[in-house]
Design a protein around this ligand. Sequence first.
Ligand code: IFM
Length: 463
Amino acid sequence: MTAVAPDQLTGTALRFPQGFRWGAATASYQIEGAASDDGRTPSIWDTFSRTPGKVFEGHTGDVACDHYHRYRDDVAIMAELGLGTYRFSVAWPRIKPDGSGPVNGRGLDFYDRLVDELLAKGISPMATLYHWDLPQVLEDRGGWTNRDTAYYFADLAAAMVAKLGDRVATWTTLNEPWCSAFLGYASGIHAPGRQDAKASFEALHHLLLAHGLGVRALRAGGAREVSLTLNMTSVRPLNPADPHDQAAARHIDGLQNRIFLDPVLRGYYPDDMRALFDRFGAAHVIKPGDDAVIASPIDLLGVNYYQPALVRAKIGATAGLTNPGSEGIEEVRQPHPVTDMDWPVDPSGLYELLMRLATDYPDTPLMITENGAAYADVVEDGRVHDTDRIGFLEGHLRAVHAALSEGADLRGYLAWSLMDNYEWGYGYGKRFGIVRVDYDTQRRTVKDSARWYAEVIGRNGLE
Ligand code: IFM
């Protein structure tokens, strides 16, 4: 058993490096609402959420947290908490209602106002260009399986940096392309809801191409800091001494982590993952020169971490839809407490992931762009005493600190999420916020976790 580093022990006071960036994150479809205001057209999530049986109780993002109209109040809460960075995403169908072509000035103006409001409160805006709300008109033309989508994305990037590049310091091309490709096109539990392994690899490649083209468009527009955010995890073999379990873990690690990390940071798909493109008939989408575009240098890698994975080899196990080509591999339940998502809570997975990134992909500064937990909060006397969430955050911040102490180049930490919001297929049924949203009244309540987080930010450390 590995010894626990002092950093990871509750009660040990810790300080983060000077200049460490603290903040919180959200995403457009999850909070904005205003689904048809000012020229916005439907995204794939508007369509998906209206498809019977796809989302918990048929919830949609039509109103969500009504942030589109309440952004000033929300920024005031961020300021009250002392956030230095706010990571938000841009709704493509607001900016380009036809997916491609002319920019919709009224849509762009929303982000212009938001950025000015943030800056006025001393909060640094971090803009993600794609957090899953593809214009439906583009899905109608094949979505991410269509190579043109990558070029349209680059046009979006150019339009955004032209308008906001003077004020937005940090840009992120994509959020979690793993979800877009495998949940969107393989298992179909996310929009657009397709179940087609071949399409998922085609989509994956075009997403990475979009990332590379987006990086170039952002740089051409003068962007100062350019990044990509991946949802990664530590994939562990049930029996670390068993070569079959090791191979199983390696395969899932390939699908979850290396299929993105290697092309972006090393310039090529790893052989075992390239073989899956061949196996599923998707290799035709990889064109000469794409590798160089995809590997366009980035300044920062965003790490979204929630839970580790534990797998084993099992003869006869069928491949889960989400992990195409993973026959003979079974995911194993882990002996940890779980969140309301039924996700195991294990901060050591984050430490392990950060150390692995620092070793295998050195010279890439890292930032935790999402980390947090859903719990079934209750309101008591107007307060939310979410001690579980505080425990989750503290454990993970200790893991972050341990990685920092051992040399990981980690620049900041953003909690997911600033406020309760639309949790995709779970609708409003899961609450990840450090600020509560009452969806009937749109009233915000600062949870105990947010107060605790504000103290952490204030002292730049843990007690
Ligand atoms: O809510 C999501 C977010 O949109 C992307 N990362 C994971 C979060 C929790 O599921």
